[in-house]
Ligand binder design. Structure first.
Ligand code: DGT
Ligand code: CA
Ligand code: CA
Length: 571
């Protein structure tokens, strides 16, 4: 299906139009169409052939012609022309926190700023402050945004790495000269951002495997081709390193290249003390150089008198000591999750109906889901007033009687107001099954006020969980300046679950915070914050983050049975 490709193209047209300075409604039309194409269950190419493009919400005559043109000629002239008008670097400006499309357009059209480097220079020289709608504060904010982006630049979000890696592995799996295949590096450890992708393969024909590896259609450049390692750059600018190794060394290579470096340094030290030498080919006897083990990671850890350590926690944060004393946590598993309580429907700013969300969730094997649409004051996200809440409750009742084997709960992602009160009053809160709370605006107060604001909201008796507690967005927004320990303590006191938001640019709480919170006694809930059915698959990144935070099944309430959830939520 080319749905994703078409959607991406329309998003790019919208971005380009933004920079050109087109009116909001025009660019929004492209984005709405793109969103609806992303969530189509039918193949868009089939729709094009059967002249049914206009059945897609948001696709009118003009757009349907463009999509047809794409399938017939492989190109959209309009898009090609826009790309010529607007340099690539200008598009990157849209990624900088503190810069909306309107400002980017002004910068490009008045000062001809067409990349981040020029922008930085212009800010430092104070050239922006005299532009309409800009000031010294804007310059400072932009510089902060640039430095935030620089910190993560060159690194990609986990979901992009995951999707890219998955496709590459599917391709490699088709080759019969490959015996075993595994991901390694930060990708296998499921870190929130990934520098490059590492793959390990066992084979008796390394050279042939390398040849097959570089023939992958998405390879843009070959960076290096050696006897054991080959590196390529893909069209999406992600670097992939492949190591091919003999089967007897597969586990040793996997252990070595999974890292982290800090974990490995310590493991090698232990090997050394026990009279071994450990490298990427195996565990060897130090005296006579004889090969001891290497085929599996487990054998290596066993020889070192350690329990097997899951990749997600190999960061030298106490896991080696815990493995030695046999007190490693029994990490939550990727299939332990029974439902998702953070998804938005068409009632607020989601792209799918509650019924579509329920049916898709059922396919994922979930036993229950919770619809957490935005509350009234979040107007930009189409937050629900009390009238709509009542209607939504009715709709959910109908869906529950219609669809079997999955239970839909009616909830909210309720705004925490500036004074720490909730956006809905008691009469509404008691009618719905669960209440998630969150902040989406007015962040910029002092640390104490912000902390107090969140805690006083947590004290509301109807509140069940705090969504994306620190509000960070990777590469775009720093975590809120709050007293996180106090929040953890309040969570325990008020019996409020803290969310691990699984949306790939949030992953909030992060691994380290999760571990601190767990030590204090916090319980968690993993939510995807889905705005369409495709986002429901983000759950795996939330689970990965929970595992990196050493969580067990019992720490996470959406691993519980439906009966238990009923008791927790249906008051
Ligand atoms: P990344 O790619 O920056 O997200 O992080 P990693 O952990 O994937 O690092 P990468 O790709 O440079 O190397 C993969 C693994 O190989 C790394 O986790 C540990 C191992 N490794 C790489 N270089 C060294 C080294 O100089 N010493 C040791 N002990 N291990 C290394
Ligand atoms: Ca890597
Ligand atoms: Ca690498």
């Amino acid at each position: 299906m080319k749905n994703k490709l078409v959607a991406d193209l329309l998003y790019q047209i919208a971005d380009l139009l933004d920079i050109k300075g087109e009116i909001f409604f025009k660019t929004r039309a492209y984005r709405i169409a793109a969103q609806n194409i992303e969530v189509l269950t039918e193949d868009i190419e089939v729709l094009a052939k059967e002249n049914r493009l206009k059945n897609i919400n948001g696709v009118g005559e003009a757009l349907s012609l463009k999509i047809k043109e794409l399938f017939e000629t492989g190109k959209i002239q309009y898009y090609e022309k826009l790309k010529k008008e607007i340099p690539k670097g200008a598009l990157e400006l849209l990624d900088i926190s503190g810069l909306g499309p309107k400002k980017v357009s002004i910068l490009f059209n008045t000062l001809n700023i067409s990349n981040i480097e020029y922008l930085k220079k212009a800010c430092i020289e104070g050239k922006l402050r005299n532009l309409d709608g800009f000031g010294e504060i804007t310059e400072r904010n932009i510089l902060r945004g640039i430095s935030l982006k620089e910190k993560t630049s060159g690194r990609i979000l986990l979901n992009i790495a995951y999707e890219t890696g998955e496709k590459y592995i599917n391709y490699l799996n088709k080759y019969d000269k490959i015996d075993k295949i595994s991901v390694a590096g930060s990708f296998r450890r499921m870190k929130e951002t990934i520098g490059d992708l590492d793959l390990i393969v066992s084979s008796n024909s390394p050279h042939k495997v390398m040849e097959y590896f570089i023939k992958y259609p998405k390879v843009k450049r070959i960076l290096l081709m050696g006897n054991t390692k080959t590196s390529v750059l893909l069209e999406n600018n992600i670097q992939v390193d492949l190591r091919v190794i003999e089967d007897k060394s597969f586990g040793a290579a996997l252990q070595y290249f999974t890292g982290s470096k800090e974990h490995n340094v310590k493991i090698r030290g232990i090997a050394n003390k026990k009279g071994y030498k450990l490298n990427e080919y195996g565990l060897y006897n130090k005296e006579n150089g004889n090969f001891v083990v290497g085929k599996t990671e487990n054998e290596i850890y066993q020889k070192l008198k350690l329990r097997f350590i899951e990749p997600e926690i190999r960061e030298n944060r106490g896991e080696i000591e815990a493995a030695f004393s046999n007190i490693l946590p029994k990490l939550v598993k990727y299939d332990d999750i029974k439902g998702d309580f953070h998804m938005h429907s068409t009632w607020s700013d989601g792209n799918n109906t509650i019924e579509e969300l329920a049916l898709f969730s059922k396919k994922l094997g979930y036993k229950y889901i919770g619809i957490a649409d935005h509350s009234e004051s979040l107007k930009i996200a189409n937050g629900l007033n009390s009238e709509k809440i009542k209607k939504k409750i009715n709709e959910i009742e109908k869906i529950n009687s219609k669809i079997s084997d999955i239970e839909v709960f009616c909830g909210t992602e309720c705004e925490i107001k500036k004074n720490g009160r909730l956006d809905y009053d008691k009469n509404i809160l008691k009618k719905i099954d669960f209440v998630g709370i969150a902040i989406h605006s007015s962040f910029k107060t002092n640390k104490k006020d912000l902390t107090d604001r969140i805690i006083s909201a947590m004290q509301n008796e109807y509140v069940d969980y705090l969504a994306h507690p620190t509000c960070r967005i990777i590469g775009r927004r720093e975590p809120l300046d709050i007293d996180i320990k106090k929040i953890f303590e309040a969570a325990v006191e008020t019996n409020t679950y803290l969310e691990i938001n699984a949306f790939p640019d949030r992953l909030d709480l992060n691994d380290l915070n999760i571990r601190h919170a767990k030590d204090i006694g916090v319980k968690f809930i993993i939510g995807t914050d889905s705005h369409n059915i495709n986002h429901l698959n983000f759950m795996r990144y939330g689970i990965a983050t929970a595992r990196r935070g050493w969580l067990e099944k019992k720490d996470i309430i959406n691993t519980y049975s439906k009966e238990k959830i009923d008791i927790i939520f249906r008051r």
